[in-house]
Design a protein around this ligand. Structure first.
Ligand code: GRG
Length: 313
């Protein structure tokens, strides 16, 4: 049984990432409404799971974790943009996010759209020009690779496509595969894009920033794919457990919300078993990388994998 103090580790990393994000924003005039709207959502208390993964990956590979800080900030800014846009009236139309009013509720719909646009574009700006905000950062060639990987994960073949597929599944459930194996494959495809891609690229960015070799990239890629899916399965489980009306309606699509989810397809217990299997796969992938110090240094990555399916929010 590991004695690793994950909550202390996550707390220290959260402080690190919050300070770095504040540094990034120190360069911008806080009186500007656009800056206030971006900060409102960015600093509203997210768990910072993606930055923690990037920093923990760099650490596991024996690098100074701070080398992964620019990519971590960029990824958190992109993640926050996706939440702001996901909450808009034209999408999920949510009033609360991270326990505070959504960006469009606090400001206006138009301002929230622009705040999301601002976070997305500024994320790539800090990767291109990290100099004034970060003490250490990867060389220009490595940063170009990071731009390529992160834009691919966030964009039209990654998260944006995942959001599109999810929207289509919700609007036209009659077009979804009737066969349950096909439905499960489709659900995995949606979430590999929508949620998984950004989690996978968080790990990849930590590895790339640390100068990982191919073998490490492969092992970490399998780890990330599995925890990315586990994260979404757990998100669905938490939604069901937080909404007793959905309990007991767990076959096919979730009849109350017309939504295809893992508990709807696999049942609640089946989803929990599936999430545990995914975490076991992730840990086996880490075990497959035999570098001398990796086993000890990858302890935070192992603990984060466990946290993903044991969290309560
Ligand atoms: C609008 C292009 C576009 C994409 C939106 C990620 C996403 C795509 C929407 C979020 C909807 C959602 C609740 C998905 C479930 C999994 C998920 C990404 C949850 C939010 O991430 P956390 O739990 O949130 O890491 P915090 O607030 O802790 O950062």
């Amino acid at each position: 049984m590991s004695t690793f103090d994950l909550s202390g580790y996550l707390l220290r990393n959260r402080k690190l990432i919050d300070e770095a994000l504040i540094n990034v924003f120190d360069e911008l005039d806080p009186q500007r409404e656009l800056v206030q709207a971006m900060m409102h959502s960015l600093m509203a208390g997210g768990k910072r799971v993606r930055p923690a993964l990037a920093l923990a990956t760099a650490h596991a590979l024996g690098a100074d974790p701070l080398i992964a800080l620019p990519a971590s900030c960029a990824i958190e800014m992109i993640h926050t943009y996706s939440l702001i846009h996901d909450d808009l009236p034209g999408m999920d139309d949510d009033d609360l996010r991270r326990g505070v009013p959504t960006c469009h509720k606090q400001f206006s719909e138009a301002t929230a759209i622009l705040a999301g646009d601002g976070l997305l574009t500024h994320a790539f700006h800090i990767l291109a020009a990290p100099g004034s905000c970060f003490k250490v950062f990867p060389d220009a060639e490595t940063r170009l690779i990071l731009v390529k990987k992160i834009s691919a994960a966030a964009g039209i073949n990654g998260m944006v496509e995942g959001q599109m597929l999810d929207m289509q599944a919700e609007k036209k459930p009659e077009d979804l595969p009737a066969d349950s194996a096909d439905a499960l494959a489709h659900l995995k495809k949606i979430h590999r894009h929508k949620t998984g891609a950004m989690i996978e690229v968080s790990v990849a960015s930590g590895a790339i920033s640390a100068g990982a070799n191919k073998e490490a990239l492969n092992a970490l890629g399998t780890y990330a794919q599995n925890i990315g899916l586990a994260f979404q399965v757990m998100d669905d489980i938490l939604n069901v457990e937080g909404d007793p009306k959905v309990m007991g309606k767990a076959v096919g699509t979730d009849a109350l919300h017309d939504k295809m989810t893992f508990p709807a397809l696999l049942g609640l217990e089946g989803s929990k078993d599936f999430s545990k299997q995914l975490v076991a796969n992730a840990l086996a992938a880490l075990d497959s990388y035999k570098e001398k110090e990796f086993k000890e240094k990858s302890e935070p990555l192992r603990a984060i994998a466990g946290y993903i399916i044991n969290r309560n929010r």
